[in-house]
Design a binder for this molecule. Structure first.
Ligand SMILES: C[S@@+](CC[C@H](N)C(=O)[O-])C[C@H]1O[C@@H](n2cnc3c(N)ncnc32)[C@H](O)[C@@H]1O
Length: 232
């Protein structure tokens, strides 16, 4: 495979979360809350990256798919079983083989979500869950990333005094395909999903999100990091 969006960013990605420790804790709380009790369950992490979040939970039953070798090799060291170095679009998954398939931040790097979610829903057991965690396009973080992308810098007079101290790397914000939460809900509804739950965190404006860890709350209309739980 050619160069992937996250190649060369494995260290920067982890380092950004470690420097934004409270923001990371808020996202980790959301991640743990929506996965719930995973003991005895079989999970697939689509776009598992470096397995940073998985390194805080029992990753022994977690398979991963990851196009960036830089990221995936670290995930393997952290206990995720990378079953394929490639794009989810190019992978065959066995029907009804997982209890939970989740995308932690990875839908935001995919153009066409329909075939991807359709494939994953087939691979989930009956009553299993598809869990999508992302920065919503309509959130303050989404606006910030899209503005940075269109200006090709965060260092612009429009953003003066309004930016967090250590913003997400511009190259990763710019390569994102930021989707709204409702866009993803509508894709899932069209694929036959009826049961949804929503949780969110990073409610504060981006400038202040790293001041202290935030709690998880229900809903999706305020957070800078939002989880959709879709039950098959
Ligand atoms: C924001 S990172 C999230 C990584 C990890 N899930 C985490 O939470 O730390 C997005 C990840 O999705 C991966 N990705 C991008 N496009 C993908 C695709 N089409 N199929 C699978 N993974 C993809 C990227 O390589 C990257 O590792």
């Amino acid at each position: 495979m050619g160069k992937q969006k996250f190649d060369g960013y494995a260290d920067k990605y982890d380092e950004w979360f470690m420097k934004n420790e409270n923001l990371f804790t808020s996202e980790l709380r959301l991640f743990e809350k929506v996965l719930g009790d995973i003991s005895g369950k079989k999970l697939l992490s689509v776009g598992c990256g470096s397995g940073l979040f998985e390194s805080y939970i029992d990753s022994s039953n977690i398979d991963g798919i990851e196009p960036s070798e830089d990221m995936g090799r670290i995930a393997e060291k952290r206990g995720v079983k990378v079953i394929k170095y490639g794009l989810i679009e190019d992978v065959d998954l066995k029907d009804e083989s997982y209890d939970i398939i989740y995308f932690n931040g990875s839908s935001s790097y995919m153009e066409d979500l329909v075939p991807v979610y359709e494939k994953c829903l087939k691979a989930i057991k009956k009553n299993g869950k598809l869990i999508l965690l992302d920065v919503p396009k309509e959130s303050a973080f989404g606006f910030m990333y899209l503005l940075g992308k269109s200006l090709n810098t965060y260092d612009h007079e429009y953003l003066e005094g309004a930016m967090p101290e250590l913003p997400y790397p511009l190259a990763l914000a710019s390569s994102g395909v930021w989707h709204t939460t409702e866009e993803k809900i509508n894709v899932l509804k069209d694929l036959g999903i009826k049961n949804f739950k929503f949780y969110q965190t990073l409610i504060k404006n981006p400038m202040y999100t790293n001041e202290e860890p935030e709690e998880v709350s229900e809903g999706y209309k305020s957070g800078g990091y939002v989880a959709i739980i879709a039950e098959k």
